[in-house]
Design a binder for this molecule. Structure first.
Ligand code: TEU
Ligand code: CA
Length: 535
């Protein structure tokens, strides 16, 4: 972990849903350019931009068909260069999403691989069937088997995600070399680094059958393998190091010990996104929503805070339903819940990643039925549930609370038509609550989620306790997460109430640093209260 990176605050933009500059209903790069002042005002240092590369959009850009060109829906290469330049002039750096595990099936490499045209024949993972059966029993993260037959080639290809996203073969050095060239191309354009999509899956050690596992069959053969470490070290050595690039890995099914191997031994990744806290109210981090158990959530966060030196902290991203609707109360206590969760995000040890809309407490969306859903993962899961003859109501229940579209509804800028996102019908429905929850109106409220979040960011910037401080969990009452952060003899005490109940707590403090109830003195902890004291 590069020490210089520790103080940075990152904001994730999902380009399709951020701001539409030309009225086609799809967010774009020029839309982002028009909103840079919003990020400056908030105090953001780094933008993580979800993919803007050429893509047929089976998975909204995570299926890339050309890594060195821009999807025309989002703009041109010139627009992208201007975005990088304008952001830099405002002291904002950009990390791009780098998807190495797979490409789109429309990528030239795959088309040529199907035809057996060299040197692309072994760019992907092709296997013969096992008699009349699939090459092995591995399953895809998007449900169903991980293999698909290709008639032309007469073989199966591996896809750990959608069928339209074949896995690349990283045992082939030519594939590694391609990514050296791609990452160099973008770093030369002035980007700061990459968020590496499912990067701990890129190396497959063997192709034997996997053990039965509810989350994913086959994982022991491809999750965080030795080959993955070696490839990351090579990319560091040959490319990233030369640019002092910021590299955050999205790593699925990781344990704290895998995290240490990826971030604390050799130079591989600066930090990783882990998933365990996202699995405290969902089976397999999707599929079935289970009741939120705050204690399980606190224990998981504590395990990761204590287990590794530096976390990439997040409560939301484009794959997860909105945190306020999962872990708190998105209704009566909307303001308190949103600010309490943001207090958690900015006071844990590690780099905070704020997702678009989280600064105003955007919520899950009440979708009517499947006709309103665009997420390919939800569509796949629904199709499988239909095949398995799940009753209609149950199928819909599977989707509504867990669909990734909950986080992908257009950004709510103001209370005008389409929430100020677009002049035209947006590609995905606008959450009907935009009339209450939007940036412009939120800023004017006494209880403003935006202003509170801004104060949190400012507190972090003006006080290194929140950056360098150690984390220690406090014993509290159920539903209350309490911890201290200590640096150079100075301590902050943080209390977060994850319930609507009030609690009388005895706390020895000297003054209140920040309170979402605007408290000057403390007698009790109120519903969804967040409070930071100086010890
Ligand atoms: O997500 C990785 C991943 O594991 C997802 O399957 C995630 O667990 C799931 O979406 C939760 O429902 C990354 C990207 O963030 C995601 O948008 C992509 O669809 C996926 O990789 C494939 O590129
Ligand atoms: Ca547009």
């Amino acid at each position: 972990m590069n020490e210089d990176f520790k103080s940075l605050v990152v904001y994730q933009i999902y380009p399709r849903s951020y701001c539409d500059s030309n009225g086609d209903g799809i967010g774009d790069i020029n839309g982002i350019r028009s909103k840079l002042h919003h990020l400056v005002d908030l105090g953001i240092d780094v933008i993580w931009l979800s993919p803007v590369y050429a893509s047929p959009n089976d998975d909204n850009g995570y299926d890339i068909s050309d890594y060195v060109s821009i999807n025309p829906e989002y703009g041109t290469m010139e627009d992208m260069e201007l975005l990088i330049k304008e952001a830099a002039s405002l002291n904002i750096r950009i990390i791009m999403d780098l998807v190495m595990n797979h490409t789109s099936n429309q990528h030239e490499w795959f088309k040529k691989s199907i035809e057996g045209i060299e040197p692309y024949t072994d760019y992907y993972i092709w296997k013969d069937g096992n008699g009349s059966k699939l090459p092995n029993n591995w399953t895809s993260f998007f449900s169903g088997p991980a293999w698909e037959f290709n008639e032309t080639r007469g073989q199966y290809f591996l896809h750990l995600f959608s069928k339209k996203m074949p896995d690349l073969n990283f045992a082939n050095q030519l594939v590694v070399d391609e990514f050296k060239a791609i990452t160099k191309f973008w770093l030369d354009k002035g980007i700061f680094g990459f968020r590496c999509d499912v990067v701990n899956l890129i190396s497959k050690t063997s192709f034997n059958n996997g053990k039965f596992d509810i989350s994913c069959v086959g994982k022991e053969h491809f999750v965080t393998q030795t080959g993955c470490h070696l490839i990351l070290q090579e990319l560091q050595r040959d490319v990233f190091e030369h640019y002092n690039a910021f590299i955050v890995g999205e790593t699925v099914l990781t344990t704290t010990s895998m995290a240490k191997d990826l971030c604390e031994k050799e130079k591989e990744l600066d930090m990783i996104f882990s998933f365990e806290h996202m699995e405290t109210d969902q089976v397999n981090n999707k599929w079935f929503k289970t009741k939120f158990k705050s204690e399980k959530f606190f224990n998981t966060l504590t395990k990761w805070q204590e287990g590794i030196n530096w976390n990439a902290n997040y409560l939301e991203n484009h794959d997860q339903p909105r945190a306020i609707s999962r872990f708190a109360n998105d209704n009566t206590y909307h303001y308190y819940s949103a600010t309490m969760l943001n207090t958690l995000l900015f006071t844990l040890r590690g780099t905070p990643y704020l997702y678009q809309g989280e600064e105003i407490g955007m919520t899950n969306c009440a979708f009517k039925d499947m006709s309103e859903i665009r997420d390919n993962e939800s569509i796949d899961i629904y199709a499988l549930a239909t095949k398995l003859k799940f009753p209609k109501q149950m199928r819909w229940k599977l989707i509504t609370k867990t669909s990734r579209d909950n986080a992908r509804t257009p950004m709510q800028w103001d209370n005008s038509h389409n929430a100020g996102f677009s002049e035209n019908i947006p590609w995905l429905k606008v959450n009907p609550n935009y009339e209450d929850i939007n940036v412009e109106d939120d800023k004017l409220k006494r209880n403003s989620v935006y202003e509170y979040t801004k104060s949190l960011i400012n507190l972090r910037k003006t006080n290194n306790i929140l950056i360098d401080g150690t984390f220690t969990r406090l014993k509290t009452v159920p539903h209350v997460f309490g911890y201290t952060r200590t640096y150079n003899g100075a301590t902050f005490i943080i209390l977060l109430n994850f319930s609507a109940s009030t609690y009388k707590l005895k706390i020895a403090y000297s003054d209140i640093v920040l309170s979402n109830y605007h408290k000057k003195t403390f007698t009790k902890l109120d519903a969804y209260e967040a409070i930071i004291f100086r010890k």
